[in-house]
Each structure stands twice: as C-alpha cells, then as structure tokens.
Design a protein around this ligand. Structure first.
Ligand code: TYM
Length: 334
C-alpha cells in the first residue's frame, strides 16, 4: 500500500520552484491505489516570526495554490497542520528520540540560524523532528519533495529506525523520498548556482506563482545567460548553470525532457529561446494564478476544505498515536 505525504510552509509566496518541484508533482501522484495527504505546515512557519494576520492569509493562499495546481480534495486530503494535534504530540516524542547532533548537522538549520544560533528559536532547531512527525503520523511510505528537503527526509528515516530499535518494534516504515524529474532544483534566474527561493532579496531571481504575464515575460527576458547559443546536446550544458536551468524549466513546463528541448533549439540564441520560454511559462502559470485568485475570493470555502481535510487526517493519525502512546508506555485511562 502506498501512502504519500508532503507539505509546504505558509511563510511567504510560492515560486515556480515550488510549483515544478512540488505542487505539480503532488497533483500527478493522485492515482487509484495511492493515498495522497497534503499539508500546509503552519506550525513549521512559526519557527521564524510570522505576523498572525499574514500567516492566516498565506495559509489560505498556499491552500489555494494546492487546489489550483490540481490537488483534488475528493481524491486527496488537504489540511493545515495545526488543526491535527497528532503532529505536535508525535513531534514531542520524536524530540526525545532524535539526538541534538543529528539536528546540528542539518544544512537548513545552519543556513537559517546563521552565525547567531543562540538567538534562533528552539522550534527552528527541532524543525526536522516535527517534519518526521508529519510524515510518520500517517506512516507514509513516500514523500515527494524538491532536492533541498532530501536531508530532512533522510533524518525522518533515521528517527523511524531509532524509534523501532529503542522500543523493539517494527512500527514505523522507513519512508522513501521521491525526488524525480528535471525540476527537483529550480535555480535562481540571476545566479544558476543558487536555488530559486521565496527568501531571495531580489524579486528578479524568481517567478512567483502570483506574477502576471508581463512580469513573467520581463523576468525571463532579463534572466542571466552566457553569450553562447544553445548547444546541440545536453553535454554542452555542463559548466553552463544558467543555460541548463532555463532548459530544465522549459522541459518541466512542457512535460518534455532536456534532451528534446536541446534538440529542438540547437544553435538558437537565447534572444530567440527566451520569448518561447516566456510564452510557455505564461501559458502554464496564468490559468493557475487566475484560479488561485478565484479561490481566494471565497476564504470561507477554503477554510471549509481545510477543516474537512483535517477531519479525515485526524481519523488516520489518531489510531497511530494511540499505538505510539501504548508502545512508549503512556497510560490512556479515559
Ligand atoms: P518548503 O515550504 O520550503 O517548500 C515546499 C516544496 O517545494 C520544494 N522547493 C523546490 N523544488 C524545486 N526547486 C526549488 N527551487 C524549490 N524550492 C522549494 C521543496 O523541496 C518542498 O518540497 N520542510 C518543508 C515542508 C515540510 C514537509 C513536511 C515536506 C514540512 N513537513 C513533510 C515534506 C514532508 C519545507 O520547508 O518546504
């Protein structure tokens, strides 16, 4: 039996990287025989300060993005994390299973805490244990994520293995990360060696899911490239990170492969390729951002979908937590 879980933080707007690396693949994983559970992780978001009104707004916006990208509440469970208390309960138990040294080795922790770890929240340090709880509260077998989350899913596996060993049980599955396709690491439009990110200070570095057609076109036109034309094979993209990134984005948006894109545009200048890419990006992203806007006009309906998803998520997670409490030796007498 296959059970898929994944999550997105409501800590800002979404980028083309989130769409191609996560949302698009979440929608594609909805198939008969696969249970898909998707979560807006508001508890993760507050590991760094969030304005309460903005958090509420962004939670709804991320939910709208899931729906607009094709996550269907009739086939998937879609909810926000804080409505299902099993996540917090299991996270505490995992805080007691995981080791400080494991957390210290997380590259996202090192990046986000920076030089001043003393001033970071305790929640930011424990972030990966909550993520393991998200996944394992459902005993999920597969977790689709972008490349940047690989280390966290590996830590989830370590936590599952240590829990099973510590208590002499074979209870939690050893979850597989699913990092597939050409868009697992969409790079910045300004620097092909840096990830496209909502936290990059330059808005020119990314395409936001809410950018309009003119903005998308303008950002692609100004995207950094080198002076060479497109090569005639993907071998020719080595050492050309910006060129490779644009080819990968084109391939992901057109559901094609980098090989096919390079074959089609061999010898073309970027001056000719970029307008084609912009046209393609607008044709894929505009209907999604229109649908997001339509959904956002009815926040009560979004909240209803999240509430319904939370009920269904709770029904799956509660029996798992009951067993966990029993395994750990915690009395439940009411
Ligand atoms: P988050 O909110 O930073 O990102 C959400 C998803 O988008 C992917 N992603 C990218 N993919 C390709 N190229 C990019 N430039 C790019 N930027 C982001 C991320 O890899 C991710 O899949 N810790 C997670 C949220 C989380 C989670 C979970 C995920 C919490 N609990 C349980 C899976 C399972 C995060 O911060 O993702």
């Amino acid at each position: 039996p296959t059970r898929v879980f994944s999550g997105i933080q409501p800590s800002g707007g979404l980028t083309l990287g989130n769409y191609l690396g996560a949302l698009k693949r979440f929608a594609e994983m909805q198939k008969d025989g696969v249970e898909t559970i998707y979560c807006v992780v508001d508890m993760h978001a507050i590991t760094v300060w969030q304005d309460p009104a903005k958090l509420r707004q962004q939670t709804r916006e991320i939910a709208a993005a899931f729906l607009a990208a094709g996550v269907d509440p009739a086939r998937s469970i879609l909810f926000n994390q804080s409505q299902v208390t099993a996540h917090a309960e299991l996270a505490w138990i995992f805080n007691c299973v995981a080791r400080m040294g494991w957390m210290n080795r997380m590259t996202q922790w090192k990046d986000k805490a920076g030089k001043n770890a003393e001033a970071a929240s305790l929640g930011l340090f424990a972030y990966p244990a909550l993520m393991a709880a998200d996944i394992l509260a459902y005993r999920a077998t597969h977790v689709p994520v972008g490349e940047d989350q690989k280390q966290h899913v590996e830590l989830t596996r370590d936590i599952a293995i240590k829990f099973n060993n510590d208590f002499g049980v074979n209870f939690f599955p050893v979850t597989e990360p699913v990092i597939e396709g050409v868009a697992t690491r969409v790079m910045s439009l300004r620097d092909g060696t840096k990830k496209m990110s909502k936290s990059d200070p330059s808005d020119q570095s990314r395409i936001n899911m809410t950018d309009d057609a003119d903005t998308i076109t303008q950002k692609i036109r100004k995207a950094k490239t080198d002076p060479e034309p497109l090569p005639d094979s993907i071998e020719g993209l080595k050492e050309r990170p910006e060129a490779r990134n644009l080819v990968n984005i084109y391939a992901a948006l057109s559901r094609s492969t980098p090989e096919a894109v390079v074959a089609e545009f061999a010898g073309a200048q970027f001056g000719a390729f970029k307008p084609k890419l912009a046209e393609l990006a607008v044709s894929v992203m505009a209907p999604i951002s229109d649908e997001m806007n339509r959904l956002m006009a009815d926040p009560a309906e979004i909240d209803r979908i999240l509430g319904d998803g939370a009920d269904r998520a709770e029904a799956l997670a509660r029996p798992v937590l009951d067993e966990v409490h029993d395994i750990v030796g915690m009395i439940r007498s009411r």
